[in-house]
Design a protein around this ligand. Sequence first.
Ligand SMILES: *Cc1c(COP(=O)(O)O)cnc(C)c1O
Length: 425
Amino acid sequence: MTMHFSADEDFAVKLDYEDSLRTFREKFHLPLGKDGKPLIYFAGNSLGLMPKPAREIVEEELNNWAKLGVDAHHASGTPWYTYHEALREPMARLVGAKPLEVICMNSLTVNLHLMMATFYRPTKARFKILMEEPAFPSDTYAIKTQIAHHGLNPNDALILAQPRKGEFTIQTDDIVDLIEKHTDQLAVVMFAGVNFFTGQLFDIKRITAAARARGIVVGFDLAHAAGNVPLCLHDWNVDFAVWCSYKYLNAGPGAVAGVFVHERHATNTKLPRFGGWFGNDPNTRFRLHLEPEFIPVASADGWQISNPPIFSMAPLRASLAVFNDAGNMEPLRVKSSRLTSYLEFLLTEIGSKKFTVITPRNPDERGCQLSILAHEHPKELLRELEAAGVKCDFREPNVIRVAPTPLYNTFHEVWRFTRILAQHQ
Ligand SMILES: *Cc1c(COP(=O)(O)O)cnc(C)c1O
């Protein structure tokens, strides 16, 4: 779809007027600047804003604790014992999974380790892992320490897919070539859905098909993809995926994260894993010391370890309800593509040689984020943007990331942002 934009302010106002999702902004608390007006909040890729119903839903659980004590495990409106089950279906819809393939638990990097415990089973022949560079540091640490945990050396076992010389993003052909070249030695292919630094949306379907055709396990870190771009994890045949829910999923700092385990693995109770009582068959879970044998649930629940942290799950319920009210990813993606393409159009209009957008130009190869590489004084530019009421973020050495989100940002904010940038660059 080609979009025709104009740089007039009236045009921004018109786009907001025509936006069928515009009322969703009212469902969020918008941080205010010094002038008492909402900041232009383009940092939802780092911490999504608070949905207003989150407070009530957390208070409800505090009240349940106060009034019911231990009985709230079974007696409250949404019993704590099965609290994670209320999240399963709405979360599965957002990532294109069957409900039995999804469990909300722990935090992202912890879940990555748990998935690697199951899916990274290096042998003498197949022991290598392919991932992208630059990857988010936590993922790099997790993968390197997993390799070392098996007594191997990351220098031998880790293969990095990189952009070609002079380019910023990685070509899918190059990823597939690496999978082919290292087929006999690769155990796992582990990529981001959307790269945190460049904003590149990887071709999950093609990467998965290339790896699986060669018997290689393939997993994705969807930290910057969940709630940002449509996903079809089940149909794409991804083996496993992990994501956090405090970025585009707006569930609050350190909120409970998500895991996808494809049905073919989720139902396989023989797969090795790190067990705990909440991964055990609920029918025997409370027989406690009478049932010393671990019998995993035949679904993604079988990877759950501990009883769920209710106060970190409650805001996620509020947030997933907002996504559901908005019609989930399809309408959100339509607005998001338009919002980001409009941002790109206005940045191109400025026509400055002082910055370069390093995110792919093709809307199918990115989510909502644009990464702006500032050639001169990037930190000063960031300070000036902040002083003018823009909340975005900075990644060393010189990249400013801006992520207008379809749930709470407006076209007029994008327009104002680019005016501010034009004045200060
Ligand atoms: C945000 C992010 C993380 C953060 O990990 P936590 O375990 O939630 O602290 C890890 N990996 C990627 C790719 C991220 O974008």
